[in-house]
Every structure is written in C-alpha cells, then in structure tokens.
Design a protein around this ligand. Structure first.
Ligand code: KIV
Ligand code: NA
Length: 277
C-alpha cells in the first residue's frame, strides 16, 4: 500500500469512500492494522487503559506515548500515523504544546498529532499547525476532561450542546486541523457537521454519517475485559481465544506433553558417556 497522506484522506471524503482508523500501541499491533488495510493508525492515549491498567487516560505521560508511537512507526509505514497528545501536554501553554507535538514527529515517526477540545483549543491547534505539524481534533466526549463533562456520556444532545459542537468543529477546521474525531455524538448531529466541514470527520459512537470510523484495537478483538460501550462492535472474543491457548500450554507443561522431541536439541551420546559424573 502507498503511504496515506492528508490529500489522500481529503480525496476519500470528496469521493465518499469511508476512512478506517484503528488504534495500535506496539509494533505487532501496528503491523496487523496495516495488513488489515486501515488508512489511519491512531496511537491513542487509550493505551493507559487497555495496555497499562489505569482506570482512565489521565495518568498517561508524554514519555509513554512517545515510546508507544516509536514502536508503532517501526511496525507500520503505509497508514497515516497519528499520536495522541496526553492530558496536560498541551493545555498549560502554547510553546509547550508545540514542543510536545514536535516530539511525536521528530522522535517517534508520527505523521500528525491528536488533541482533545474545540473552540477553547483552537489557538493551540493553530500554533501547532503553524509549526508545520498536522493536527487531528477530537470533540464531543473528550475522555481527558470527562470529569468536567459530568462523566462518560453522549455530548450535544440539547440545543446548547449541539451549537457548541458545531462551533467546535468549525473552530478546529479554521485553525487548520486536517481531520476531527467525533466521540459519542448523536448520529444526526455528526452528519450535519460532516456535511458542513471540508475536512474528514472520523466517528466513534457518532453514527454512520461520518467520513470515517475509529475503534480501539482491543475493543474490536475483545481483548479488554468485559467492558463494552454501546458503540463498540466486537469482531472476536480474543481474550477467550488467547487465554484458551495459554491454558493449553500450561496444561501441556503440567502433563509433560510439551516439549516434544521435535522441540528439543539432541547431542552425541558418547559425550554424555564421557561426562565425569
Ligand atoms: O485514545 C483513543 O483511543 C482515542 C480514540 C478512541 C478516538 O482517542
Ligand atoms: Na484518546
């Protein structure tokens, strides 16, 4: 597959071809997502939950993200690679936001960064874009500030919320964002925003009217416990399949049915005979 670029994604929107985005946090996951044909890999800060055992994305650090992004860029080269800026890496001041965004590009081989927030984050997005870095926006339910939103709930359901979401989308596009993730937004509202914007929208829990869809790797494959939000479609009970394989190994070891002869190394018996023992 040829390298996916921003013009490629814009062209997909223009011609009505849906964009597939999947998260990945390691080289092997990235290689699988690339092989599956997704146009965009997101190294999400969801890594904190699905890979690191945190209860939210809030504790994820820059160094953790850079490490994961570098691994992903070693595993996949064709998809457009987006690194998620972690909580408090872009809110404090603009210079720090630009410098941190730069690390994703320079140190970790990402093609762009993603950060959460709309109108209130537009100046930061513009500063990062002005530095020559592609930015993907993220509005609707923004998990890093879920406390302020009153928890993990659908956003933009009432008139004020819907107007805020449309304003957020416009502000990000005006600031130079190349795409926007819409998380937990009513489908009709996501469709209106998608029609209005010239840049592609990528939905998660935002209905089929978006220009693309994104899901977390572990959610698609059933690798993250029993946690299953309404918007997730699980394509495999991976946790069960993998655990069964591991259990077969454990039982083989206990029964001494592994290793078999073919898994072992032999040597000249005369050497054993001459051993002084
Ligand atoms: O961190 C993440 O995986 C995300 C996607 C769910 C959009 O932000
Ligand atoms: Na995220």
């Amino acid at each position: 597959m040829r390298k996916v670029t921003i013009p490629h994604l814009m062209e997909m929107k223009a011609s009505g071809r849906p964009i597939s985005m999947i998260t990945a946090y390691s080289s092997w996951q990235a290689a699988m997502v690339q092989e599956a044909g997704a146009e965009v890999i997101l190294v999400g800060d969801s890594l904190g939950m699905v890979e690191k055992g945190f209860a939210s994305t809030v504790p994820v650090t820059m160094d953790t993200m850079i490490d994961a992004c570098a691994a992903v860029s070693r595993g996949a080269s064709s998809p457009f690679l987006v690194g998620d800026m972690p909580f408090m890496s872009y809110e404090v001041d603009r210079a720090q936001a630009v410098a941190n965004a730069g690390r994703f590009i320079k140190e970790a081989g990402m093609d762009g960064v993603k950060l959460e927030g709309g109108v209130e984050r537009a100046d930061t997005v513009k500063a990062i874009v002005d530095a020559g870095i592609a930015v993907v926006g993220h509005i609707g339910l923004t998990p890093q500030s879920a406390t302020l939103l009153g928890g993990f709930r659908v956003q933009g359901k009432d008139l004020a919320g819907a107007e805020k979401l449309l304003a957020d989308g416009r502000a990000l596009q005006d600031a130079g964002a190349c795409s926007i993730v819409l998380e937990c937004v009513p489908a009709p509202l996501a469709e209106i925003l998608t029609e209005e914007l010239s840049i592609p929208t990528v939905g998660i829990g935002a209905g089929k009217g978006c220009d693309g869809q994104v899901l977390v790797f572990h959610d698609i494959l059933g690798l993250y416990g029993d946690f299953r939000p309404k918007f997730v479609k699980r394509y495999l009970d991976g946790g069960k399949v993998l655990t069964e394989a591991l259990a077969s190994y454990v039982s083989d070891v206990r029964e001494r049915s592994f290793p078999e002869e073919g898994h072992s190394f032999d040597m000249d018996p005369s050497v054993i005979k001459e051993l002084d023992r």
